[in-house]
Every structure is written in structure tokens, then in C-alpha cells.
Design a protein around this ligand. Structure first.
Ligand code: SIN
Length: 474
């Protein structure tokens, strides 16, 4: 296990401060890594800046081949990376293995995109000159990544950034630095030159960010995390008018019409809700179910949620791992208690689980009011609140009545109805009769306060590019 800061292609174990990495399944410390300082962030920016020009000067095909080597190298280390992810994040091993495949795929996808960055040429309307538009790399990108996908949320950013010719400085979540450090090391083994990827874990997120943002070489900030933190980073990035990409919170509605195939809806709900132990920003957060099937759906979902095996992610039988830490459990429990006090009926009363470890058993709440507190908060845990509806117009209003706009899901036997409701939902991603949407080939991102910009698809790589226009006198 690596413990040093990864700067300029080598591990630096010299720092005085250490941060402990905790296994959420036991509460025990499993490792210590260097706790970076703001000065380490500045050093990392300097290393990135020194490496960036020559990386950008390589041909797109050459960069593409390196990305493709990262893809195969990560996949070749699936077992090792999955074990690290489970150890520090807690998710079940099967989910962790799935995450490694997902994380690696961002490299393969962007290896293909790196050779397809387009430009334009036109004749100026006056006929006097040509207009040439090209997309050079933005420069050094500061990246702040969350703990819920310790590998994939990093590769989703670094693969397109590197494909476009940038160098990066990553601050992984302090809860999950081990995967980040190992991913950076493996990418270096795969051919990424020293300095192009730098990883500096730290518990001093504010100090690190202030120092990194103020560095002249830093040209962009890419963040995945809460909307509250995103707002702060946006304000601070504005001081230097930096380019930004923000993947922020969600509050996904999951709509089930009375004519839906309920078995398929429950199957989709289990994916949309419980993927990665329900700690995803795309997680179904509010279930709007037509009254005619609301009780039936609640019962079937309770059976499915109740059959999950709660336990340490490393146990092969576990299908719902621990939450990231105790404060997360306390927050989830307070939301559930608030909903029950306000009249919700526990159709599956899971709740807190005796320690050690930070567990919360799957819970289904029926008869939830659309204005209950739990319907306005991102739960980030295995709780499914069900709100019955009769009137589609009101349901669409309720679904859209949030500042968030990341993911939404609609189930109906009438595809036309599902599509027309889907198009009216103010969310960046809508699953129609489908609970899984995440795909490096699709544009991931939110409307409203769920974010700015898109990751993946063909848009993803352009987020890390500038637009330059050359007026050429032919
Ligand atoms: C997230 O929860 O931040 C990302 C989820 C995904 O990529 O599916």
C-alpha cells in the first residue's frame, strides 16, 4: 500500500502529518498516508505545469495509446484495486470490481476520443480571411474527487483531461486516498509521464484549494461532491476566472405509473437505489408511484430491499456494505425519524445496526408526503421513500420542485407517456424503463444546482479544452 504523496512520478513520504484511513466495516484504521499541506499542493501544480507542455506536444495518437495502456493496466489489477476500494470505502467486493471496470472504461473511451478532437475552418463572411477554430488543452487542472467511487470519479476526470493534453493535480477524498494513489502509480507504469498525474491527499481541503487556485499555472477546477462545497469552490475559482466543471448533488425522482411492469420497476429501482450501497448521487431519492399500484410496489420493493445482506463488503455474501462513517448513518437515521414523525409508514423498518462499523439496514417508507423533509434532501443511504400520486401534472411539479437536477427515472408500459414525462423532467439524465444509466459513452451531468458541464460522451473531452480562433489572411 502506498502512503506518500504522488508528485512528479514518485512517492514522497517526507511529510510530517499523517491521515488515518478507516475501514467503515470495522471502524479500525487500516493505513496511514501523508496528510498533504497547501505547500504540497503548490509543489504538485509546479510538477504538473513542468510536465504539461511536453505531454500536450505529443501527437493525439501517442496520448491515446497511453490512455489505452492505462485501461488494460487497471483491468489487469482488478482484484487488487477492488480490494483497496472495499477496504477504504466499504462497498461490496462485487460492486468494487464493477467500479474498476467502470473506472478503466473511461480510459478506453477517451483513448478513442483523444484522436477525434475536432476543429473548424470557414471563410469569413467578408471573404477577407479564413476562420480557423482549434481546441488546445486548458493547462493544469485541479481535481477534487469524492469517496463514493474512489477510482471511477478520478478516472472519469483524468482520462479526458490527459486525452486533451492537460496535466492534473488530484485531491482525493481523505476517506479514500489509497485507491487514488495506486491508480496514479498504475497509470505511470502504463506510460503516463512523471508530473502529468499528481495526487496529494489532505485533510486541509480549504487550505489546499486556496493555495492551488492561486497558482498561476492552475487553469481549471473539476469537482465532484456536494452542492454546498461546489458553490464555495465556484466562488473561489471566480477570483481567478478559472474554467470549472462541477458534478454536484442529486435528488432523483423515480416515477412508476400504474401500467408499468412492476417486476421490471422493482428490479430497476433496486439498481437505481442500491447500486454501491445507495451512496451515489444518481440514487433514486423519491419514489413517485401511481396510487393504484403504490401499496403493491411498496410491498415488492420491501421484499427486494429486505433480502439484501448487510455486512462487511469483503464478505462474499454481502450485498449492502457499510455507510462511509458514523456521521453518515446519523444523518440518514435523522431523515428517517423525521419522515416517520411526519406520518410516513415504515413498510420495511431497517434502521441503524449495532457496531462495530457504520451500517444502516435497508428501509422502505410508504405514505410519505411530497413536502416531507426527506423528499428535499439527498439521502445517500439505503432508504426508499414512496410518495403516491394520482395526478401526473402534480407529480411532475413535485418531481421538478427541487433545486437539484441530476438523474430521474420513469417506468411505464406506455413508452409514449414515459418519454413525454421524461422530457418534462428537469434533470440531466433520465432512465426510461431503466435503472442504470452511468456509461462513459453518455453525457453524465446535471441541470440546475446539480452541476455545470458534462463528463463522458463526446462532450467530456472538450470540457478540458480551450477554444482558440485564428484569423488567417490566406
Ligand atoms: C456519483 O455518484 O457521483 C457518480 C455515480 C455514477 O457515475 O454512476
Amino acid at each position: 500500500m502506498r502512503s506518500g504523496l504522488f508528485i512528479d512520478g514518485t512517492f514522497d513520504d517526507g511529510g510530517a502529518r499523517r491521515l488515518e484511513v478507516i475501514d467503515p466495516a470495522t471502524g479500525d484504521a487500516i493505513a496511514e498516508v501523508i496528510d498533504g499541506t497547501p505547500a504540497d499542493g503548490v509543489r504538485a501544480v509546479a510538477a504538473a505545469s513542468a510536465a504539461q507542455r511536453s505531454w500536450a506536444a505529443r501527437g493525439p495518437r501517442e496520448r491515446s495509446e497511453v490512455l489505452r495502456a492505462c485501461w488494460s493496466t487497471l483491468l489487469a489489477h482488478t482484484d487488487e484495486l477492488a480490494a483497496l476500494i472495499t477496504a477504504e470505502n466499504g462497498k461490496p467486493l462485487a460492486d468494487a470490481r464493477g467500479e474498476v471496470a467502470y473506472a478503466a472504461e473511461f480510459f478506453r473511451w477517451n483513448a478513442e476520443e483523444a484522436v477525434r478532437i475536432r476543429g473548424e475552418m470557414a471563410t469569413a463572411p467578408s471573404g477577407a480571411n479564413r476562420i480557423i477554430v482549434r481546441h488546445p488543452p486548458v493547462g493544469v487542472v485541479a481535481m477534487i474527487t469524492p469517496w463514493n467511487f474512489p477510482a471511477a470519479m478520478i478516472t472519469r476526470k483524468i482520462a479526458p483531461a490527459l486525452g486533451a493534453g492537460n496535466a492534473v493535480v488530484v485531491k482525493p477524498a481523505p476517506e479514500t486516498p489509497l485507491t487514488a494513489l495506486r491508480v496514479a502509480e498504475l497509470c505511470t507504469e502504463a506510460g503516463v509521464p512523471p508530473g502529468v498525474i499528481n495526487v496529494t491527499p489532505t485533510t486541509d481541503a480549504a487550505g489546499w484549494f486556496d493555495a492551488v487556485v492561486d497558482e498561476r499555472a492552475t487553469r481549471m477546477v473539476s469537482f465532484t461532491g456536494s452542492t454546498a462545497t461546489g458553490r464555495h469552490l465556484l466562488r473561489r475559482a471566480a477570483d481567478r476566472v478559472l474554467k470549472v466543471a462541477m458534478e454536484l448533488g442529486g435528488n432523483a425522482p423515480f416515477v412508476v405509473f400504474g401500467d408499468a411492469d412492476l417486476d421490471a420497476a422493482v428490479e430497476g429501482a433496486m439498481v437505481a437505489k442500491m447500486r454501491h450501497s445507495a451512496e451515489t448521487c444518481t440514487a433514486a431519492n423519491r419514489f413517485f408511484v401511481e396510487s393504484s399500484v403504490a401499496d403493491d410496489f411498496a410491498e415488492r420493493l420491501s421484499v427486494a430491499m429486505g433480502s439484501l445482506v448487510v455486512g462487511p463488503g469483503a464478505e462474499p455474501s454481502t450485498t449492502c456494505g457499510p455507510m462511509i462513517h458514523d456521521p453518515a448513518v446519523e444523518r440518514i437515521d435523522a431523515l428517517v425519524r423525521g419522515a416517520v414523525d411526519a406520518g410516513a409508514r415504515p413498510a420495511l423498518a431497517g434502521g441503524t445496526v449495532e457496531g462495530p462499523g457504520s451500517f444502516y439496514a435497508p428501509t422502505v417508507l410508504a405514505d410519505v408526503s411530497p413536502d416531507a423533509g426527506i423528499a428535499d434532501e439527498e439521502i445517500f443511504g439505503p432508504v426508499a421513500p414512496i410518495i403516491a400520486f394520482d395526478d401526473t401534472e402534480r407529480m411532475v411539479e413535485w418531481a421538478n420542485g427541487t433545486e437539484m437536477g441530476l438523474a430521474a427515472y420513469v417506468y411505464s408500459g406506455d413508452l409514449g407517456r414515459a418519454m413525454s414525462v421524461g422530457e418534462r423532467l428537469e434533470f440531466g439524465m433520465v432512465g426510461i424503463n431503466r435503472g442504470a444509466m452511468s456509461d462513459p459513452a453518455a453525457p453524465f451531468g446535471g441541470m440546475k444546482q446539480s452541476g455545470l458541464g458534462r463528463e463522458g460522451a463526446s462532450e467530456g473531452i472538450y470540457e478540458f479544452c480551450e477554444t482558440q480562433y485564428l484569423a488567417v489572411d490566406w
